[in-house]
Design a protein around this ligand. Structure first.
Ligand code: UDP
Length: 371
């Protein structure tokens, strides 16, 4: 078989590439190893018409105008401000930790003192990483600052991070912790930095169906590219699987964070009081999402059925997130050197690039590729 463009499994980045190629009237063949397309972004309606994100909750948020305008060609969005609560000492407090969290945790007077101590060092509305806050407390030798920095670190970050990554929060790449800042205001939003926080009006799968609706795009499901690749002649290949797998692990295996996303159905209207509740310190899971709460205007919101997703780290065998330790990055460099020598193969997405990237960054990544 001869094809101009071959795309090897993954999710939204290859859909963007396929859409752009078809727009240029080029043929595309996609080989997907699962029995459905859209990879981990796949969502579907269950028997009760509750919209389920099959693998884990995907919430679209971005500051990148180009990405926002690009996606708006394929779907309408509904405004959605994601908020998370964390279960800390049997209390549900907002995360990112902010002034509301302080007020829910401490007696009134103490809460007031903590807030004014923080405001001596930071402006209202500012956001700082937990690492920066701890360093500041140390440098300034300020008792109140140290108290709150230690509290947030111990109760929110320390155990969650070890559960999630098996790496101490002291040693993990700070960019990961920065994703969830400490917020010097009463802003409870999980993504306080992002201008656009929306969910597709219909569902992700529908949006992506739109993106690859061209007849020039063909998809083969349930197929391992390794079984087919010898039979296919291509001009250009877009590889979005793990880069170490592509090179048959010749420099060793890279580590990926694995997570089991366990769905459970309950015969009740509501399981928990918020769409997502994090469990930094108790239980083996890190968080629980209740899907129907993404779409409170849906007719199924009121039925006596609900589905939740428990995230159990290190159980599943599908590689989800790169673990950017120095050892892994050294191995990665060797693979990337080899990859740069392959003119007709382009490596894309979180696994092939070995970077912890959100949906919007992977789309930007795919929009930036010169076709
Ligand atoms: N994190 C934490 N406690 C929380 C939420 C997040 O310690 O309640 C840390 C943890 O290291 C996590 C990182 O912040 O990996 C980024 O969190 P995010 O929700 O962005 O992604 P996750 O890695 O949890 O999927």
């Amino acid at each position: 078989m001869k094809i101009k463009n071959l795309i090897i499994w993954a999710w939204i980045s290859w859909i963007v590439i396929a859409q752009r190629l078809a727009e240029k009237w080029e043929e595309v063949l996609i080989i997907e190893k699962r029995n459905h397309i859209w990879w981990n972004c796949y969502d579907y309606f269950d028997k009760n018409w509750i919209l389920i994100h099959k693998y884990w909750p995907h919430i679209f948020h971005t500051d990148i105008e180009e990405v926002w305008h690009y996606l708006n060609k394929f779907t309408e969005f509904t405004n959605f401000q994601h908020k998370v609560l964390a279960s800390v000492d049997s209390n549900l407090i907002p995360v990112p930790f902010n002034f509301n969290s302080i007020q829910k945790t401490f007696p009134k007077e103490l809460a007031k003192n903590i807030e004014s101590s923080l405001l001596k060092f930071y402006e209202y509305w500012s956001k700082v990483s937990i690492t920066e806050l701890r360093e500041k407390a140390k440098k300034e030798e300020n008792k109140d600052l140290k108290f709150i920095a230690d509290y947030i670190y111990e109760k929110v970050f320390k155990n969650y991070t070890v559960k999630q990554w098996w790496i101490s929060a002291n040693d993990i790449n700070d960019n990961i912790l920065k994703r969830v800042p400490v917020v010097m205001s009463k802003d409870n939003r999980y993504f306080p930095n992002n201008k656009y926080q929306w969910m597709p009006v219909n569902w992700y799968t529908n949006m992506m169906n739109e993106m690859i609706s061209s007849k020039l795009i063909k998809v083969i499901l349930n197929a391992d590219y390794k079984d087919l690749i010898k039979e296919i002649k291509f001009d250009k290949m877009f590889f979005t699987g793990p880069i170490d797998e592509y090179f048959e692990y010749k420099y060793g295996k890279l580590d990926y964070r694995k997570t089991l996303y366990k769905l459970e159905e309950y015969d009740k209207n509501s399981f928990q009081e918020n769409i997502v509740i994090n469990y930094p310190n108790d239980y083996e899971y890190t968080r629980i999402t209740e899907f129907k709460k993404f779409y409170p205007n849906s007719p199924t919101f009121w039925i006596n059925k609900t589905v939740i997703c428990k995230e159990l780290p290190w159980v599943w065998n599908i590689d989800a997130y790169p673990v950017e330790t120095s050892n892994n990055l050294e191995i990665l460099e060797m693979y990337q050197k080899d990859a740069s020598k392959l003119d007709n193969i382009c490596f894309l997405w979180r696994l092939a690039n070995y970077k912890y990237m959100d949906m919007d960054k992977t789309i930007k990544n795919a929009l930036d590729i010169k076709l």
